[in-house]
Design a protein around this ligand. Structure first.
Ligand SMILES: [Zn+2]
Length: 357
């Protein structure tokens, strides 16, 4: 358990995108040169034998824990138990609450209520769990109308794919800090800062951001990052032990942890997030719009936290746009969404504006 918590500390915290130095864990003496072989601890033959044996064991462990990611079909290394994932969730919750103590908006605040409503709609529509304080046995209205009118009968009949643990409980935190532009999620946690509200612009824009973050969780990206750390650490130790580091561990560490989220993970979260928001009756066109707005804001100013982990590239916007036809199919396949559209067309509903503060 101790080793696991060290790994947790050593790895980039997947729920914040913040960077935690792994230098402490590097076998290279602190302050030593970044390149050049360190002195081996064993003679050449023993070192080679140990290296080959350990390499084979590590290689076998790695290959036996490869799996195919849903949605993208990407092969990925996953070696995190349910218990460890639960620990990750608890740690993310505790650290986030501690980090933003005194700045978290109260439950009854309209903005908290709005973020909870969006999160609730997204997780309930895709069978991802329920909100903290709203037991699974007594779920809230299955689909709460985003435009303020009650739904008709039949709403409960929509099939909901079991994409994740249905009994997962989600906490929603809204950080009151206009200068902090960020949003992130961990298993069972959605955290949004007030600084990101002007970018979201309206409820659907915020649903695009939250959908993307929940997409990371639905794809188990935090567990994947933890898995990478678990294999990286023994590889680094092994390389140093047999005197073959050559600065490689620093490179590996930087590659894995300095780049907050890999492009592949971001693309998967974009794809899944779009589906999640569409299934919850939010207009998917809001997603490329949000990233286009971001790219305008990014220019010339200091790069906010969210932009560091989510660069609003033209590729990203183009990819989201190519997914729109499929997303509208998901939207239109949900009778609730169709009903909402009809009511809106008849002037019975209107969109809720953001409660931007
Ligand atoms: Zn992301």
């Amino acid at each position: 358990m101790k080793a696991f918590s060290r790994v947790l500390r050593a790895q980039q915290k997947p729920w914040t995108g913040s960077r935690v130095s792994t230098r402490f864990y590097s076998p290279r003496p602190s302050g030593g040169p970044l390149s050049g072989p360190s002195r081996p601890l064993l003679d050449r033959n023993s070192g080679t034998l140990l290296g080959v044996t350990a390499g084979l064991l590590l290689g076998g462990f790695y290959v036996s824990h490869l799996e195919t990611a849903p949605e993208s079909g990407r092969r990925r290394f996953m070696a995190v138990s349910k218990r460890q994932e639960e620990l990750l969730r608890t740690q993310a919750l505790q650290e986030t609450r501690a980090q933003f103590r005194g700045r978290i908006l109260p439950l009854e605040h309209p903005l908290t209520q709005q973020v909870r409503r969006i999160t609730r709609r997204i997780i309930v529509a895709s069978n991802l769990g329920h909100l903290e304080g709203e037991g699974a046995a007594e779920p809230p209205e299955l689909i709460e109308d985003p435009w303020g009118a009650p739904l008709g009968e039949g709403a409960a009949d929509i099939s909901r794919p079991p994409t994740l643990h249905p009994d997962r409980e989600w906490a929603v935190l809204v950080v009151d800090d206009p200068s902090f532009v960020n949003a992130f999620a961990a298993a069972g946690l959605v955290c949004v800062s007030t600084g990101i509200m002007p970018i979201a612009r309206n409820e659907e824009g915020l649903a695009a951001i939250i959908g993307h973050e929940i997409g990371h969780v639905a794809m188990r990206h935090p567990a994947e990052l933890l898995s990478q750390s678990k294999i990286l650490l023994p590889v680094m130790v092994l390389l140093a032990f047999i005197g073959l580091d050559f600065g490689l561990s620093s490179v590996l560490t930087n590659v894995l942890h300095s780049l907050p989220h890999s492009r592949a993970l971001e693309t998967e979260a974009d794809t899944v997030g779009l589906k999640l928001m569409s299934r919850a009756c939010y207009d998917p066109a809001a997603a490329p719009r949000v990233f286009e707005d971001m790219s305008r804001l990014e220019k010339g100013s200091q790069v906010p936290s969210f932009f560091r982990t989510h660069p609003p590239t033209a590729d990203r916007v183009a990819h989201l746009k190519t997914l729109l036809p499929e997303s509208y199919n998901i939207y239109n396949a949900n009778p609730e969404c169709v009903q909402l559209e009809e009511m809106r067309a008849r002037g019975l509903l209107r969109r809720v504006r953001m409660n931007v503060i």
